[in-house]
Design a protein. Structure first.
Length: 197
């Protein structure tokens, strides 16, 4: 972890990775070396001293860490569903991942779970959201919901809403209620299953 802390203390434009947690694993002596490595005048002396005293481990550990940091996102994008870190027990890689990457991974996991839950009902996520919005509006509004009110409730594009509603109507999951006026704003009513979802 001392090597991680020292690499993290280098300027942002020249370090290979940043591990803000590494210093927390160090004893007092190594923490002093990591803090010294941050100082502008003495910072270059710490890695120089380590490399002279123990040639090889610092640069190879730093490069190996960066290589694994680059390989992990590629593997996950390629379909790897699980990552097991076999190391010395102080690997903070999961905590060092960029927030955007972590959010992307959480979103993919959430999408897989949604698809899995809706698959038995032969529904897409958008279809379910529009049906749920239709049910909510039916329960809370006096008039039958229109395409515009459904799109607003579900926060979906009106054109896409129209296409999805046509598909749901073809599957007999909702029915179009013709507008008795001449405005042409048909309403929609759900055909809820007998069981209350």
């Amino acid at each position: 972890m001392a090597l991680f802390a020292i690499e993290s203390s280098r300027p942002a434009d020249s370090r290979l990775f940043h591990d803000p947690l590494a210093v927390a694993f160090l004893d007092r002596r190594l923490r002093l070396a990591a803090v010294t490595a941050r100082l502008p005048s003495l910072g270059r002396l710490v890695p120089w001293y380590i490399d002279r005293r123990w040639p090889g481990p610092r640069p190879s550990g730093v490069v190996r860490t960066r290589a694994v940091d680059d390989a992990v996102p590629e593997a996950l994008v390629g379909g790897c569903a699980q990552l097991v870190i076999l190391g010395t027990g102080h690997d903070t890689r999961a905590y060092r991942a960029k927030p955007g990457f972590l959010l992307w991974r959480a979103t993919l996991s959430w999408q897989r779970r949604i698809r899995s839950a809706l698959a038995p009902h032969d529904l897409t996520h958008v279809q379910f959201v529009l049906l749920a919005s239709l049910w909510w509006l039916e329960d809370h509004e006096p008039e039958p919901p229109t395409q515009a009110s459904l799109a607003a409730q579900a926060e979906t594009d009106r054109m896409m809403t129209s296409q999805v509603l046509r598909k749901l109507e073809a599957r007999d999951l909702l029915e179009r209620i013709p507008d008795p006026t001449t405005t042409g704003r048909d309403g929609f009513a759900s055909r809820r299953p007998a069981a209350n979802w």
